[in-house]
Design a protein around this ligand. Structure first.
Ligand SMILES: [Fe+2]
Length: 201
């Protein structure tokens, strides 16, 4: 008898309409990024995990435990894109960060402006495809972490708070060669409540 294995990992529904982040992220880019690229990572992960020792594990567990290779790459990208898409809000609903986050950023970077500048510089200087993360380590220190490919600082025991997707699929359609403009514009749609909610208690 042939049984159909249940799909373990699913594509999350966007927490806003597809055109809600315009003009920072166009509806077309969002549709492609979420509906094609993110969906492909989810489908790849389901296919690769099926029949492997990773069946039944959380994506976060695979990112921590799997050796470098296709399963780790796709689990990383599933985790990354979950965090990425849930961290935005339409610019019309933007709210400034809360005091707890402002205090932590001021303490570790000097000011919010310096922090944003350092995140953008890290993203601009990342060669190839990857991510830049604001992450917090087990000692409570905030750090800006550059990751290649589908990397996430979670793999090394840190908690990711805010991620910049530095793959061309996230910006090229809307910004062509001006990726700096994309990175600058992202600050107007960050949902700081979500970022603060990722801080360990
Ligand atoms: Fe992406």
């Amino acid at each position: 008898m042939i049984t159909t294995k249940m799909m373990t990992y699913t594509l999350p529904v966007l927490p806003y309409p597809a055109d809600a982040l315009e003009p920072v992220i166009s509806a077309e880019t969002l549709a492609n990024h979420h509906g094609k690229h993110f969906a492909a990572y989810v489908n790849n992960l389901n296919r690769l995990v099926s029949g492997s020792e990773y069946v039944g594990l959380l994506v976060e567990e695979i990112v921590r435990e799997a050796p470098d290779g296709p399963i780790y790459n796709n689990a990383g990208q599933v985790m990354n894109h979950r965090l990425y898409f849930e961290q935005f809000i339409p610019a019309s609903q933007y709210k400034a960060p809360g005091q707890r986050l402002i205090n932590a950023i001021n303490y570790h970077f000097g000011s919010m402006e310096i922090f944003k500048q350092q995140m953008t510089e890290a993203a601009m200087s990342l060669f190839g495809s990857g991510w830049v993360w604001l992450a917090i380590d087990t000692e409570g220190r905030l750090q800006i972490v550059k990751e290649m490919g589908g990397g996430n600082p979670w793999r090394r025991g840190m908690t990711p708070l805010l991620g910049i997707d530095c793959w061309e699929h996230s910006w090229y359609l809307d910004y062509a060669f001006d990726k700096a403009a994309h990175y600058d514009a992202l600050w107007s749609i960050v949902n700081w409540d979500v970022i603060e909610g990722r801080l360990p208690m």
